[in-house]
Write a protein that binds this ligand. Sequence first.
Ligand code: MTE
Ligand code: MO
Length: 223
Amino acid sequence: MTLPPGQRAVDGFPRFGTHLHHPPPPVPADPVIEMVGPLTEDLTLSVADLAKLQRQELRADFHCVAGWSATGLLWEGVTFGAVYRTQVEPLLKADTSISHVVFEGLDGHRSIVWLEDALADDVLIADRLDGRPLDSDHGAPVRLVSPSQYGFVSTKHLCRVEFHTSAPPVPDRWSLIAAHPRARVRQEERHRRLAGRVVRPVYRALIGPIRALSARGSRTGAG
Ligand SMILES: Nc1nc2c(c(=O)[nH]1)N[C@H]1C(S)=C(S)[C@@H](COP(=O)(O)O)O[C@H]1N2
Ligand SMILES: [Mo]
C-alpha cells in the first residue's frame, strides 16, 4: 500500500498535533454540537441524538501535515453530509449559499473547510475508533474525521460548527506554515505559502521528539 507523497507510516496512532502540552478537555455530561450560521432557528444537536442518525463505518489512513501517517484506522459515526442535508440545509435562510464550514473543538482548535470538501463521502463525525468509544486522546466525545485532508482539518472534541457564505478570516494567514485552505493529502497541500515538499525535511526531524512527547501513543496501550 502506498502512502501519499511525503508521508511515513508510524506504529499505532499517537495523540498528535500542536496541543500536546495541554491535557485533553474534559467531556461534558451531556455534550452537544452547536450549529451556527444563517439559519431560521437555533440548532443544537446532542451527541446522543447524533448517534441515532444513519451510521457509517470508514476504514482509512490518517495523515498529519508533519508527515506521519497512522494506517488502517476504523472509524464509526455519521457522515457530515448526512448531518448537513438532514439537519442544517432545511433550516438555511432563503437565498443563502454556504461556501465554508468552521469546525471548533472544546479546546478552541478550529478548522476551516470548503463546504464541498466537508460534504465528501469520507468525512465523518465520529464517535468510535477501532471498535471502542472515542477516548479523550483522540477527540472524545466526537470528532471530525476527513482522511483525505491533513490531520489539522479533523477537529477533535467537536462542539461547534459554523456555516459561512464567504471565506472566514484565516488566523496566521501570513505565517509560512498557515494551513492550506483545502489541505488535500494526495495533492500535498500542506501550507498556504510553502510547497509541501519544502517542509518535509523539517517535519521529519521533529517527528521523533514529538512522538516521544505523546506518552500514550500505542493503539494497544493504556488509553
Ligand atoms: N480539538 C483539536 N483537534 C485537533 C487538534 C487539536 O490540537 N485540537 N490537532 C489536529 C492535528 S494537527 C492532528 S494531526 C490531529 C491528531 O489527531 P490525534 O491526536 O487523534 O492523533 O488532530 C487534529 N485535531
Ligand atoms: Mo497534525
